[in-house]
Design a protein around this ligand. Structure first.
Ligand code: FMN
Length: 360
């Protein structure tokens, strides 16, 4: 494998456990890093102090490289409060109909302040930082490079990959349409940026070479085993980023109902959903998605995300997988529930086996 990215970071395997906001724990991140991959904290929803606390907890569990993943967002958001009130009314009515004893409330802020999160990231000083939803500023890039932090930008189109390359990223992670969780799309409408990894990956590798910007490309979306990792290598990837595959690890904090549902997911039930957060994200079409109130669907990210957060927490606590955001990639039913370190070892064993078989 073009091992430029793994070599530069000093990791044994070209394998990243995706930053999954709301679902990663220090135990998961450190287990992956200790097993030779790159564990990543999904820090997008974390307040700055929580980012520092998680970094400290990980530091106590591993001295291997790990990453912190953030969203590129403005510090403040405006909301149409009349639309918010209407959405709350309809969401509360839905919860009452479904027998869940929880109601929406107005949060203090719609999302943590992005610039404070970024300052915490700099202070935590992980080996790598990865970003979704936009490109960081030249000042931010400089701040990261001054601290020797390796910068990975997420792209869902070739244009976005080039924007990250122009912005000075050390590597770009291409997120195919198969991928679970939020679409990182920032230059296009989400519907126009649903590009399968088999098209996006070689197109990106070719475009970066044509622009003389041969930064490593990391592949994400629907990769669930070592064969998938090898397939991305054949198409020019320097590494693979897996999210859904790690959701059923015991160290992952995804709700138990969600973990239970994943092995049974039929691929036609995996769809693009805006109704939980206000941003396009891939997950399971469940009861909430089917019954989603119209007023809620009109609210943007992160306003809707903040409103539904307590509802999703209550659904998780009540074991109601049908009412929480069960993010997953298209190949979700290929999950293998097992401890993260074992999964990393298994993935790499499969990868080597598949490579040997191909050579014969
Ligand atoms: C539950 C979940 C949460 C995610 N959260 C983030 C995130 O916070 N930041 C990010 O860059 N990507 C996030 N992603 C997307 C992953 O980085 C990656 O693109 C995706 O998991 C790859 O597809 P797969 O799930 O089929 O492996 C998330 C994915 C999942 C499944």
């Amino acid at each position: 494998m073009n091992d430029s990215f793994a070599r530069r970071l000093g990791i044994e395997h070209p394998l990243i456990q995706a930053p999954m906001a709301g679902s990663t724990t220090p135990a998961l991140v450190s287990a992956v890093s200790n097993a030779g991959g790159l564990g990543s904290v999904g820090a997008g929803y974390l307040e700055p102090q929580a980012i520092l606390d998680q970094a400290q907890a990980i530091g106590a569990l591993t001295d291997r490289p790990y990453a912190i993943g953030l969203f590129v967002l403005p510090d403040e958001f405006d909301a149409d409060m009349a639309a918010v009130a209407k959405a709350r009314e309809q969401l509360d009515a839905l919860m009452a109909r479904e027998g869940l004893d929880v109601r929406t409330s107005l949060p203090m802020r719609w999302a943590p302040r992005a610039s404070d999160q970024f300052a915490a990231l700099c202070e935590a000083r992980p080996a790598a930082a990865s970003f979704a939803f936009g490109v960081i500023s030249p000042t931010q890039l400089r701040a990261l490079h001054e601290r020797d932090i390796y910068v990975i930008g997420t792209a869902t189109t070739v244009a976005e990959a080039l924007a990250w390359a122009d912005g000075g990223a050390d590597a770009v992670c291409v997120q195919g349409a198969e991928a679970g969780g939020h679409r990182s799309t920032f230059l296009h409408d989400a519907e126009d940026a649903m590009i399968g990894l088999f098209a996006l990956l070689p197109l990106t590798v070719r475009a970066l070479a044509a622009h003389d910007r041969n930064i490593p490309v990391i592949a994400a979306g629907g990769i669930m085993d070592g064969r998938g990792m090898l397939a991305t290598e054949v198409l020019g990837a320097a590494g693979s980023q897996l999210g859904t595959a790690f959701l059923t690890c015991p160290e992952c904090s995804a709700a138990e109902a969600w973990k239970r549902d994943l092995p049974q997911v039929q691929v036609h039930q995996v769809t693009t959903i805006r109704g939980f957060s206000g941003r396009a994200a891939r997950g399971l079409r469940n009861r909430f998605v089917e019954a989603m109130p119209e007023a809620a669907q009109g609210l943007p990210y992160p306003v809707l995300n903040a409103l539904t957060a307590p509802l999703r927490r209550a659904a998780a606590a009540a074991g109601r997988g049908d009412l929480l955001s069960e993010w997953c990639g298209q190949a979700a039913s290929m999950v293998r529930p097992q401890p993260a370190a074992e999964l990393v070892t298994r993935l790499m064993h499969e990868y080597r086996l598949a490579k040997r078989e191909l050579a014969h």
